[in-house]
Design a protein around this ligand. Structure first.
Ligand code: UDP
Length: 358
């Protein structure tokens, strides 16, 4: 079983790290990793390969900093060439980026089966490029690895049981990664000491286009975090694109802004924080894994089970609503003892399926 894995963006390196380790243990499975180049800064890409022992990509397409059409098109072209030379039995894609849809389309048209890790997620907001990518990738995938029952239900509602594909409720590989790397992160991270952090701060991230590209939304978020920072320290590792846009728009954060951090630093920040405020998909779950309440600065979330259980509130980007949610969540008493994401066994479940394929 030869698997060609496509990665390109930060959350995909983290998800792939969990599954690649497991695939490496399986006899008869060979994995070739392709990096599309979508994320290319050292602290958005290289750091994850080094820290997480993710095998170095055999191929890097170096495609980045382009519009959606050009990026996706060039990725398809590059991946198609590699599929013809590498001749894998299956192509594996993760999540919802342009690298995901480009890989799935290229493989499907060559009749190479596609496995989609993190299938079935929906925000029901078709203005999000991620939503378009995930719906189309799901539709042409042969193996849909769903992280949650909600994701399985979404596929059922869309009629996937009538399609020629297999749906697996595998659990979430991000929990596998969080649990595995949390064992050693304290020894390998210095962020708490370097930033002179005391436990109890608010950990914030902002990167989603719907927030960063809209001056009103971005302004609302920054003003709210500025105000919270007067009461409780706010620490924000900031995506380079958000930092550039803030400078362009003349918005000034008064809280602690860091360059993007590696995964060990992120885990140590999550362990010491008392709340997460984010527009990231991954961070919403990591807040839960490390028992922090979460305020999601988006209008909707794909991880609705977190909201249903009271761990997360979605508030959009209005300053007053964000402040209201912060006040509500800082006093919330939450029981984190249930298991929403498979308890760290997702990679094994997915590898079982892949190893069993002809
Ligand atoms: N992350 C990280 N360093 C950072 C910010 C995020 O290691 O400075 C990790 C985070 O812990 C999570 C993943 O990157 O595992 C989430 O990526 P991102 O927020 O870019 O994408 P999304 O999850 O929204 O697709």
């Amino acid at each position: 079983m030869k698997i060609l894995t496509i990665v390109g963006a930060r959350p995909q390196f983290i998800k792939a790290a969990a599954l690649s380790r497991e695939l490496g243990l399986r006899s008869g499975v060979e994995e070739v990793i392709v990096h599309t180049g979508q994320h290319f800064d050292a602290n958005m890409s290289d750091v994850f390969f080094t820290e997480m022992d993710l095998p170095k990509p055999k191929h890097n397409l170096h495609i980045h900093s382009l519009g959606h059409g050009a990026m996706t098109g060039r990725m398809m072209e590059g991946i198609e060439g590699l599929l013809m030379t590498e001749k894998p039995n299956l192509l594996l894609v993760y999540g919802d980026t342009n690298s995901t849809i480009a890989g799935a389309l290229a493989a499907k048209k060559l009749h190479i089966p596609v496995g989609h890790v993190e299938a079935g997620l929906r925000s029901f907001n078709m203005k999000m490029p991620e939503e378009v990518n995930r719906i189309l990738t799901d539709r042409i995938s042969d193996h849909l690895f769903c992280p949650t029952q909600t994701a399985v239900d979404n596929l059922m509602r869309e009629g996937f049981e009538g399609f020629d594909c297999q749906i697996h409720r595998s659990g979430d590989v991000m929990q596998d990664a969080a649990m595995y790397y949390a064992r050693t992160s304290a020894e390998r991270s210095k962020v708490i000491a370097e930033q002179e952090l005391e436990a109890g701060f608010v950990l914030a991230t902002i990167h989603r286009a719907e927030n960063t590209d809209d001056p009103e939304r971005l302004g609302g978020i920054i003003q709210a975090l500025n105000e919270i920072n007067r009461e409780r320290r706010v620490i924000c590792p900031l995506h380079p694109r958000t930092r550039n846009l803030l400078e362009k728009q003349g918005v000034k954060p008064e809280f602690t802004v860091l360059d993007p951090v590696g995964y060990f630093d992120m885990i140590e920040l999550l362990k010491a924080a008392s709340m997460v405020m984010t527009d990231s998909g991954g961070l919403q779950k990591e807040a839960y894994f490390f028992q922090n309440p979460c305020v999601t600065m988006r209008d909707e979330t794909e991880w609705t089970e977190l909201v249903d259980h009271g761990y997360n509130v979605t508030v959009g980007a209005d300053k007053e609503r964000i402040l209201g949610a912060y006040a509500q969540m800082k006093n919330a008493s939450l029981d984190f003892s249930n298991d929403l994401y498979g308890g760290g066994k997702a990679a094994a479940a997915i590898a079982d399926v892949l190893q069993g394929l002809e």
